[in-house]
Design a protein around this ligand. Structure first.
Ligand SMILES: Cc1cc2nc3c(=O)[nH]c(=O)nc-3n(C[C@H](O)[C@H](O)[C@H](O)COP(=O)(O)O)c2cc1C
Length: 186
């Protein structure tokens, strides 16, 4: 199973980095697959630790892809690092081994500590739409404009019916970046 999460890592100077990543999971075993080059990968190699944040504030997914990477953090318990204040829960990870690859290495990790912070309050289609749109933004230079337009048309249906204010803010940040990209390529 792949979970869309926010990974927080630190470098050797304890400077934090936040990035959305799809994490492969099977109970307490996780595989993080960063495309090179990646600050997350650099930090994983440097400190051998990471945090998976389970988070329904989709502004953080959208924010990280639109230049808004500064989100409130809390210190972790068992590893040197941080989790997101907005996380509903988090897993503190230790790297076990790395399968290197010139394009997308596999970083195998094990959870050494779990914490629950807030209750899960149900599924929301606008949150799903923002996450899908954030993935489109992360691939803007790889996908044809027509494909992006088609996917956005579909995502807009669920988004418009179900979004709250956080989802609208997150969506608007992504749409600004997509429109700027289209203006540049027009
Ligand atoms: C939901 C979601 C899942 C993503 N999953 C991955 C992933 O598994 N690997 C990856 O390299 N980038 C992924 N991305 C894109 C990264 O978040 C983005 O490119 C980021 O800047 C990674 O580089 P960094 O480690 O240097 O921050 C994902 C983006 C989104 C919105």
């Amino acid at each position: 199973m792949i979970l869309e999460t926010l990974i927080t890592t630190v470098n050797a100077s304890k400077q934090a980095h936040i990035a959305p990543m799809g994490v492969h999971t099977d109970n307490d075993n996780f595989i993080i697959l960063p495309f090179r080059p990646s600050a997350t990968l650099d930090n994983l190699l440097e400190t051998q630790t990471a945090v998976i944040n389970y988070c329904d504030d989709v502004r953080i997914f959208s924010g990280c892809l639109t230049g808004r990477r500064d989100w409130p953090l809390e210190a972790t318990k068992t590893i040197e690092g941080y989790y997101l204040q907005a996380a509903l829960a988090h897993d503190e990870l230790q790297v076990e081994r790395i399968e290197d690859d010139p394009v997308r290495p596999k970083v195998f990790c094990r959870s050494v500590h779990k914490s629950n912070h807030k209750p899960f309050s149900g599924f929301n289609r606008a949150q799903f739409a923002v996450i899908e749109a954030a993935i489109l933004v992360s691939r803007l230079n790889m996908l044809p404009d027509e494909k992006i337009r088609q996917e956005l048309d579909y995502l807009t249906i669920g988004f418009e019916k179900t979004a709250g204010s956080k989802e609208r803010e997150a969506w608007n940040w992504l749409m600004e970046v997509i429109e700027q990209h289209w203006e540049k390529s027009a």
